[in-house]
Design a protein around this ligand. Structure first.
Ligand code: FE2
Length: 298
């Protein structure tokens, strides 16, 4: 037995229906019904008060995500991102080939250069995904921060869904969907196809897995190019059900971040709408990806 298997909590075992039902009830009872429930007003994100920090951690514990709303500032957005992360237990940044040297990636429309080849650096929509789904297991992205420096003139909203809610919706519909999406080679990202990750080989792995701490981890992209799904009937059915659920589930939340706002999350499912920039509103989002999860509330 591997170390991972020994730590699977009962509620994630498909034959443990009572444990699952109890966990599911708790999770759904605490899940926000509007995006406003995720928002925490923060006076100075580089120095959270105990109450602000507690409110952010509590939302992450309930929904795997929180949104802070701070006054916009002219300078130092990178410091804000780093400081927010550190105060919430996030310390180890994943270094992306296209990121600036410090591991924080500015997402904006690129006028020229390598970045123009990758959708995140255009104004086009990005489909549902979790971040770093093409990373090897030793670089699994467990948490992610997005900080809005400037919004677009129009569009650029994010849809958000806690990946534990996606798990629940699929398991309720048919537990076999979960079994299929936990297959060790359910999803393969072919070599040299991803955002700046030009030096890696094929990356095969499950969609859902149980992390060493017993928490649910999800690798997923709804993209249809540069991805290979395992040729197996259960996997076909499960990916269709998942894609369909993401377009219809009433618990999907939507946010359009204003300058000074940011998303803190345990790498939940998200997408991005297309957008239009203007001279006054040229969208700039800073992104940081971490190997740790957001800390638990005290
Ligand atoms: Fe993303």
């Amino acid at each position: 037995m591997s170390r991972t298997e020994t730590r699977v909590p009962h509620h994630f075992a498909l034959d443990e229906r009572d444990a699952y039902r109890a966990w599911r009830e708790r999770k759904l009872a605490g899940y926000p019904t509007s995006v406003g429930e995720l928002v925490v007003e923060v006076a100075d994100p580089t120095r959270l008060t105990p109450a602000e920090r507690g409110a952010l951690l509590e939302r992450c514990a309930r929904a795997n995500m929180a949104i802070y709303a701070a006054p916009p500032r002219a300078h130092g957005a990178q410091d804000v991102l780093r400081a927010i992360g550190a105060q919430l237990g996030l310390h180890t940044l994943d270094i992306n080939y296209l990121a600036d040297d410090d591991g924080i990636t500015p997402l904006a429309v690129a006028a020229n250069g390598t970045r123009t080849q990758y959708i995140p650096y255009t104004n086009r929509p990005i489909r549902w995904h979790t971040d770093g789904y093409y990373n090897p297991p030793e670089r699994a992205i467990r948490a992610m921060l997005l900080h809005c420096v400037q919004r677009a003139e129009q569009g650029g909203e994010n849809r958000l869904l806690d990946h534990e809610l996606a798990y629940i919706a699929l398991r309720d519909a048919n537990p076999e969907y979960i079994r299929a999406l936990m297959r060790p080679h359910a999803m393969t990202i072919p070599a040299r196809s991803e955002e700046g990750e030009v030096e890696r080989g094929d990356q095969a792995g499950p969609v859902f897995s149980i992390d060493v701490d017993g928490r649910l981890h999800m690798r997923y992209t709804a993209r249809t190019l540069s991805i290979t799904w395992e040729d197996e009937p259960g996997v076909h059915a499960a990916t269709q059900a998942l894609a369909n659920m993401l377009e219809t589930d009433p618990r999907v939340l939507r946010v359009r971040m204003e300058p000074g706002m940011g998303l803190v999350c345990n790498n939940v499912l998200h997408d991005r709408a297309a957008f239009t920039d203007s001279d006054a509103h040229r969208r700039l989002i800073l992104r940081a990806r971490y190997y740790e999860r957001v800390a638990a509330p005290a």
